[in-house]
Design a protein around this ligand. Structure first.
Ligand code: FUB
Length: 340
C-alpha cells in the first residue's frame, strides 16, 4: 500500500477510549494530526517531530522537521500502522526547511498532501504533492501553490464536491507579514481594540494543485457580529485551522496559540463569517495545541497532540485521539485532556 519504507505496525492503543488516551505512536515523535477516512479506513497525516539541535526561539526554529510519515487505523481503538516516509524535504525542490503541519485530501482516486515549509528565502509557503495511494509516496510539485503563504493548510471537502484550502498562522507562521499578496519581512501586529489578524482560505481548482480564486480572509466574530480583537488572546485565531460540517453547520476550529486553546466558531457556509462559540480542547502539556476532527462509523473524534512522551518538550510531541461530542444544540462539549 505504498510508502517508501517497510510497513511496520508500531503500536496498539488502549482498549478503553477516554480523554486520557495514550500516545498513538511511541517510536517517533508526531504532532498536528490531520485525520481523514478514505475507503472506510482512518489515515492520519501528522508532522514528524525531531530533535535537530536547532535552538528554541520565538519563531519556532526548533520545529525543524524534515519529512512526513502517514499512519492508518482500521478501528478505534485499534492498532496504528506506520507506513513510513511519505515525503522527504530533500525531494521538494523549492523547500528550504521546517516541514510543519500538513493535511491531505482525496479526489477521483488521487491523494493530495498539502504541507507548509520555508522556501529558500525562509518564507513559509504551502506545497502540494500527489500519489495514487493514501500512504504515498507523494510526488511534490516543483513550486509552492501559487498565491499561498504562511502555514497549516487544511483542506475541507464539502458535500457538493467543492474543496477549500484554509491556512495561516501568526508569529512563527509569518501570517502577520502578509498584506494581500505583499510580503513585508517586518513583524507587525495589530494591538488593542483593532481586529485580530484573520485566517485565510480559497476554493481549490479542479486540479487540486492551484487556487480557483483570490485568497479571502475568514471573519471570526463575536455574538454581536464584531470581529474578534487583537487583544482578545483567549479567543482570536493563531494557527491550526480545521473545518468540519455537522448538521449543515460549518465549524471552523483553530488554536489560540499563546493561550493554548482549541476554539471553534460556526457559520452557514465555507467562507464564513464564523461566530465564536467556545473551547473544544483545553491546554495540553507543551506549548502548541493542534487538532483535527473526524467522523468515523457514526461517532466523532478529536485528534490532537501533547508532549507527554518527551516529558514536556514542546517540539517533541505525540499524537492522541479522544471522542468529541456535539450536543443537540450543536455546541461541542469542551474536552479536558487530562480528566475523564
Ligand atoms: O508543528 C509545527 C507547528 O506547531 C504547526 O504548524 C503549528 O500549528 C504548531 O502546532
Amino acid at each position: 500500500e505504498g510508502g517508501s519504507e517497510e510497513t511496520v505496525e508500531v503500536e496498539s492503543m488502549n482498549d478503553t477510549l477516554n480523554a486520557i488516551s495514550d500516545p498513538l505512536v511511541t517510536d517517533i515523535y508526531t504532532a498536528d494530526p490531520s485525520a481523514h477516512v478514505f475507503n472506510g479506513k482512518i489515515y492520519i497525516y501528522p508532522s514528524h517531530d525531531i530533535e535537530s539541535g536547532v535552538p528554541q526561539d520565538d519563531l519556532g526554529s526548533h520545529f525543524d522537521m524534515k519529512d512526513y510519515h502517514v499512519f492508518s487505523m482500521d478501528s478505534i481503538p485499534g492498532p496504528v500502522t506506520d507506513h513510513g516516509v511519505a515525503l522527504d524535504i530533500k525531494d521538494v525542490a523549492w523547500a528550504g526547511r521546517q516541514m510543519w503541519a500538513p493535511d491531505a485530501a482525496e479526489k477521483d482516486g488521487t491523494y493530495y498532501l498539502y504541507f507548509p515549509a520555508k522556501d529558500k528565502d525562509d518564507i513559509f509557503k504551502i506545497g502540494v504533492a500527489s500519489s495514487d495511494s493514501p500512504t504515498g509516496p507523494f510526488t511534490p510539485e516543483p513550486t509552492p501553490i501559487e498565491g499561498s503563504y504562511s502555514i497549516d493548510p487544511a483542506v475541507f471537502a464539502d458535500t457538493d464536491g467543492s474543496y477549500y484550502l484554509y491556512f495561516g498562522g501568526i508569529w512563527g507562521g509569518q501570517l502577520q507579514r502578509w498584506e494581500g499578496e505583499a510580503y513585508n519581512p517586518q513583524d507587525e501586529y495589530p494591538t488593542g481594540e483593532a481586529p485580530a489578524i484573520l485566517p485565510k482560505m480559497a476554493k481549490l481548482s479542479p486540479d487540486m494543485k492551484s487556487l480557483a480564486e483570490e485568497v479571502k480572509e475568514i471573519q471570526i466574530v463575536d455574538k454581536n457580529g464584531d470581529l474578534l480583537k487583537a487583544q482578545d488572546n483567549e479567543r482570536r485565531f493563531f494557527e491550526a485551522a480545521w473545518v468540519h460540517k455537522y448538521n449543515d453547520t460549518y465549524y471552523f476550529s483553530y488554536s489560540t496559540g499563546d493561550t493554548h486553546y482549541i476554539a471553534y466558531a460556526t457559520g452557514d457556509n465555507p467562507y464564513g463569517p464564523f461566530t465564536y462559540q467556545g473551547v473544544i480542547l483545553n491546554p495540553v502539556i507543551g506549548w502548541t495545541n493542534h487538532h483535527s476532527i473526524l467522523e468515523f462509523n457514526g461517532k466523532w473524534y478529536l485528534f490532537y497532540h501533547d508532549s507527554t512522551l518527551s516529558g514536556g518538550q514542546t517540539h517533541l510531541r505525540n499524537i492522541k485521539l479522544t471522542e468529541l461530542k456535539h450536543r443537540p444544540d450543536g455546541k461541542i462539549e469542551t474536552i479536558d485532556p487530562y480528566l475523564n
